[in-house]
Design a protein around this ligand. Structure first.
Ligand code: GLN
Length: 574
C-alpha cells in the first residue's frame, strides 16, 4: 500500500483570508484526481470544542454527524468534498491537552515525565494518523488555524516538522499568505509574505507552495520576487485573487496547475481527471441571471455585516445551492429581528417593518439562543403565516413558529419556551428532564442534543414531497439497516443533524394538532417533534425543522428542504 501523504496548510501575514476555503479546494482538486482525500482542522484555542463559543466570537458552530461541535471550516470541507466527516477530523489545543492529561492520569506513560515537546506534537500526529486511517485516506489535508508566528500554533508547526523530518517525501507544506496592495491601483507588496516564510524557516519548515491571496491576481514580477526570496520555483507561487464565489477557487487553483505541483512534490500519479460535475455546478452559478429574494432574520448584528455572514455561513451556502439548482441568483438580505419587536421599536414602527416583508420571496428564521430578538422573530413568523409568504424555520425558528401558532391560533396565551420564560403559563417548548439535570450541574460542554438522529416523515406533507426520492431517503434507508432500527419498511426516514437543548413539549402536541398544526416529522418513537408545517391548503410553504438542514446541504447535493423552500419562493414571485 502506498504511504499516506500529508498536506499541511498554514496561514501567513493575517487571518481571515480564506485558508479554510483554500484547504477545502486543495482537497477537492486532489479528490478529482482519483485519490481518497480527507481534511482535518486544527484550532489553536483552548476551548475543547467550538460548542461553548458565541458565533460572534468565532463564526458559526458547525455540527458533524457524530455530534462534534466544530469550526465552520469543517463545513467547507464537507461541502467541497461532498462527504461527511467525523470528530476525528477536528482538534483544538484544549482537546489535545485534555486527552494527553487524561492519558497521563491513567498511567499510560508508565512513570515517564510528560513534556510539552515532544508529547503534545506526538499526540497531534497520532490524531492525524487516526483520522486518516478511519477515513481510509490516501491524502490528508491538515489546516493549522491561526497564522505562523503566533505563539499558539508553535506546537502544531512542530508536529509538521516532526513528520517531515521522518518522511520528507510524504509531506507538503502550503502557505496561504496575504499580499497587501499599495493604494487602489498600486502594486502587491511581497515583503510581509517573505517575513512569514522566514518565520516558518525558524520553525524548521520551508513551504512547498505559496498561495498568494490578494484582491487582484499576482503579476509575473511579483511571482518571481516571492519565488526568489522564498526559495521556491516560480510555478510553486500560485495566484489566488478574490473571486466572485468560493466555489470558483478549485478551478482557479487548477488554472495554475496546483494539483500537478502537489502531486509532483508528493510523487503521486493521478488516477483520473474528474472535475466535470464541479465545473458544471460552477458554470451554473455564473449563468443564472434572475434573482430569488430571501430574507434572513438574524440577531448577531452588533459586529456588522461580516459577523452575520460568518455566523450563518451554512444557512447562506444552503440557500445558494438551492437557488443555483433552481436557476436563480440568491439575493440574501439581513433583517434585524429587533426591528419587528413592538416593545423594542414601538408598535407603529414594528408594524411598518413587517409590511416590508412582502418585498421578499421567502423568509428564513434561523437557529439561535437566549431571549434577544425572540419577540421580533415571533412577530415575523406570525406575519408570514397570515400573509402566506414562504417561511422556513431552522431549530429556534421551528420552536418560535410553534410558540407563535400556540399563542395566536391555538389560543394558548402566554405560550413560550422555558429558555426565555422559566415560568411560562404554557411551556410549549421545554427542556428535557435529562437536560435539566445537566444544567443544574453547569455541565454545558457538548451536552446538547447533538448530531444526526433519525426522523420519520409523514406522507402528504411538504417535508415528504421534498425528501421523497432524494439522497436523504437513500441514506436513511441505508442507516436504518446499519443501525437495525425497528421502523416499518414503508416509512420514509431521514437522518438530520441537531444542536439544541429544548423540544416541543409533548404535553401540548395533541392540542396543537387539533388546532391545525402538522408535525410532519417525528423521532421514530414519536416522542420528539422534528418538523412542523401548515397544511398546503392553508399556506403555500410554512415549514420549520428542529434540526439543522443547512449542515448537510452541499453544492453538488442541495438540501431537499431548502430546494422546496426556494421553489415556493419562486412560485410566490409569479
Ligand atoms: N435555543 C434553542 C435550544 O437550545 C434552539 C437552538 C438552536 O437554534 N440551535 O433548543
Amino acid at each position: 500500500m502506498a504511504s499516506l501523504k500529508y498536506i499541511f496548510v498554514t496561514g501567513g501575514v493575517m487571518s481571515g483570508v480564506g485558508k479554510g476555503v483554500a484547504a477545502a479546494s486543495i482537497a477537492k482538486i486532489l479528490q478529482a484526481k482519483g485519490f481518497s482525500v480527507t481534511a482535518i482542522k486544527i484550532d489553536p484555542y483552548v476551548n475543547v470544542d467550538a460548542g461553548t463559543m458565541n458565533p460572534t466570537e468565532h463564526g458559526e458552530v458547525f455540527v458533524l454527524d457524530d455530534g462534534m461541535e466544530c469550526d465552520q471550516d469543517m463545513g467547507n470541507y464537507e461541502r467541497f468534498l461532498n462527504r461527511s466527516l467525523s470528530s476525528a477530523n477536528y482538534m483544538t489545543t484544549g482537546s489535545v491537552y485534555l486527552s494527553l492529561i487524561n492519558r497521563e492520569r491513567s498511567l499510560e506513560f508508565e512513570g515517564k515525565c510528560v513534556e510539552v515537546v515532544p508529547h503534545v506534537p506526538l499526540e497531534v500526529i497520532d490524531r492525524i494518523n487516526t483520522a486518516a486511517k478511519k477515513e481510509k485516506a490516501d491524502i490528508v489535508i491538515i489546516e493549522v488555524g491561526g497564522t505562523v508566528g503566533e505563539y499558539q500554533n508553535v506546537l502544531f508547526l512542530e508536529a509538521v516538522r516532526m513528520i517531515k523530518a521522518k518522511r520528507p517525501e510524504d509531506v507538503a507544506l502550503v502557505l496561504v499568505s496575504y499580499l497587501p496592495q499599495q493604494g487602489a491601483e498600486g502594486e502587491l507588496k511581497t515583503k510581509p509574505t517573505q517575513y512569514a516564510v522566514r518565520t516558518l524557516n525558524s520553525a524548521g519548515l520551508q513551504p512547498d507552495v505559496i498561495l498568494a491571496r490578494a484582491g487582484i491576481a499576482l503579476d509575473k514580477p511579483r511571482k518571481e520576487k516571492i519565488a526568489f526570496n522564498c526559495n521556491l520555483d516560480n510555478e510553486a507561487v500560485i495566484s489566488a485573487p478574490d473571486v466572485k464565489s468560493i466555489y470558483d477557487v478549485p478551478l482557479n487553483f487548477e488554472h495554475d496547475n496546483l494539483s500537478g505541483i502537489l502531486m509532483k512534490r508528493l510523487k503521486l500519479k493521478p488516477k483520473k481527471h474528474d472535475l466535470k460535475e464541479w465545473k458544471a455546478f460552477v458554470a451554473k452559478t455564473h449563468a443564472v441571471s434572475k434573482p430569488v429574494k430571501v430574507g434572513i432574520v438574524g440577531k448577531y448584528f452588533a459586529s456588522g455585516e461580516f459577523v452575520l455572514a460568518d455566523s450563518y455561513i451554512s444557512v447562506i451556502e444552503a440557500v445558494k445551492h438551492a437557488a443555483y439548482a433552481a436557476g436563480r441568483i440568491p439575493e440574501i438580505t439581513w433583517l434585524n429581528a429587533g426591528d419587528f419587536d413592538p416593545l423594542g421599536v414601538g408598535t407603529k414602527a414594528a408594524k411598518d417593518n413587517l409590511k416590508l416583508l412582502k418585498r421578499y420571496d421567502g423568509i428564513i428564521v434561523p437557529g439561535g439562543f437566549g431571549n434577544r430578538g425572540v419577540e421580533g422573530k415571533i412577530s415575523v413568523i406570525g406575519y408570514l403565516r397570515e400573509h402566506k409568504i414562504p417561511f422556513f424555520g431552522l431549530c429556534y425558528g421551528m420552536q418560535l413558529a410553534t410558540i407563535e401558532f400556540a399563542r395566536n391560533v391555538a389560543g394558548l396565551k402566554g405560550a413560550h419556551t422555558t429558555e426565555v420564560d422559566k415560568k411560562a403559563v404554557h411551556p410549549v417548548i421545554d427542556i428535557l428532564p435529562e437536560q435539566r439535570q445537566k444544567m443544574a450541574q453547569k455541565d454545558y460542554g457538548a451536552t446538547m442534543r447533538l448530531g444526526a438522529y433519525p426522523a420519520v416523515v409523514d406522507k402528504g406533507t411538504h417535508a415528504y414531497a421534498a425528501y421523497k426520492g432524494s439522497h436523504f431517503q437513500t441514506e436513511g434507508t441505508k442507516r436504518r439497516k446499519e443501525q437495525k432500527l425497528q421502523i416499518p419498511a414503508d416509512e420514509l426516514i431521514v437522518f438530520e443533524r441537531h444542536r439544541h437543548r429544548y423540544e416541543v413539549n409533548p404535553v401540548y402536541v395533541e392540542k396543537l394538532i387539533d388546532k391545525g398544526l402538522v408535525f410532519s416529522g417525528m423521532s421514530p418513537d414519536r416522542r420528539l417533534m422534528e418538523i412542523v408545517e401548515l397544511p398546503k391548503a392553508k399556506h403555500p410553504f410554512f415549514v420549520a425543522a428542529q434540526f439543522h438542514p443547512e449542515f448537510t446541504a452541499r453544492p453538488l447535493a442541495p438540501h431537499p428542504l431548502f430546494v422546496a423552500f426556494v421553489k415556493a419562493a419562486i412560485a410566490k414571485k409569479k
